[in-house]
Design a protein. Structure first.
Length: 220
């Protein structure tokens, strides 16, 4: 299980996004949270800004779409060059078709679950996606505390992925920090989204390296 770190620019300085992305150029991904103020109670970046980030980022862009009607809007993010596009199971009308569209457009397809959404109903869909995202906070805002209650779901997701025989990545997103990443890794996550934990540090790149080291150490 290869550990990957995906810093979320939701906690970055939006007035200086290019330099903020460059601060974490040693990360595996840059995580971009797209929110529409309908699916979640917050409004962030849209497609034009994400296109600009893709064009200037030294590392691949991981787009997390917290939006209504992802079946309509998500393919455009793949076509814009995002290397990974994740949509929410709770919002998608035809998740398998959407995942296939994202893959056909050249992106990795991710399926996200809110904290209260069980993973079991999507076990048969694992062959259609490249990443399963288990939210460890309620989506919408950065800086929230990690929900320990989500750890059993991460373990269950890891078991289902193992049983499927598919190479699906398991991403943990929300409240990931130096205090929580080890427990998240031990539960089975291998891709970690960290926002405030990275961008509140004086040296963001050093914090990325520290988080990666802690996660690797937790799984031996």
């Amino acid at each position: 299980m290869e550990v990957q770190i995906s810093p979320s620019i939701l906690s970055a300085d939006f007035a200086n996004l290019q330099s903020e992305v460059e601060r974490v150029s040693n990360a595996d991904w840059v995580h971009v949270d797209v929110m529409d103020n309908h699916f979640v109670p917050n409004l962030t970046l849209g497609l034009p800004v994400v296109e600009a980030i893709v064009a200037r980022s030294p590392i691949p862009v991981d787009a997390h779409l917290m939006i209504e009607e992802p079946d309509r809007w998500a393919p455009a993010y793949a076509e814009a060059g995002c290397a990974s596009v994740t949509f929410h199971a709770e919002a998608a009308g035809a998740p398998i078709r959407l995942a296939r569209q994202l893959r056909a457009a050249g992106a990795r397809a991710g399926l996200a679950l809110k904290p209260a959404s069980p993973v079991e109903p999507y076990a048969d869909m694992l062959g259609e996606i490249d990443m399963l995202l288990v939210m460890t906070v309620e989506p919408g805002f950065s800086g929230q505390s990690f929900l320990e209650v989500c750890l059993p779901k991460i373990r269950r997701a890891r078991e289902l992925i193992g049983s499927s025989g598919k190479g699906v990545w398991l991403q943990g997103d929300g409240g990931v920090s130096t205090d929580t990443i080890e427990r998240c890794a031990q539960a089975g996550a291998d891709v970690f989204v960290a926002g405030s934990a990275v961008y509140s540090a004086q040296d963001a790149a050093e914090q990325v390296d520290l988080l990666r080291s802690l996660a690797r150490g937790a799984v031996g």
